[in-house]
Design a protein around this ligand. Structure first.
Ligand code: SF4
Length: 69
């Protein structure tokens, strides 16, 4: 089950270099995680100063990123 980033993200970029699968990128309003490639290493969860990264539960939808193509 992959992770997602909630709206507490301040786009500080600290998590970007922590992801070993390069699954984090800058979205329109905040950073986003590609749930297809996230391998749940949890390094981003540990580094985030805003506690904005969480385990994606089936009943929760990740934020929509309209910039994704
Ligand atoms: S470390 Fe947290 S606040 Fe910073 S860009 Fe990543 S998710 Fe956003």
């Amino acid at each position: 089950m992959p992770f997602y980033i909630d709206n507490r993200c301040t786009s500080c970029g600290a998590c970007l270099s922590e992801c070993p699968t390069q699954s984090i990128r800058k979205g329109m309003n905040q950073y986003v995680i590609d749930t297809d490639t996230c391998d749940e290493h949890e390094l981003c969860v540990q580094i985030c100063p805003e506690d904005a990264i969480h385990l994606l539960k089936s009943e929760i939808s990740p934020p929509q990123d309209k910039a994704k193509s």
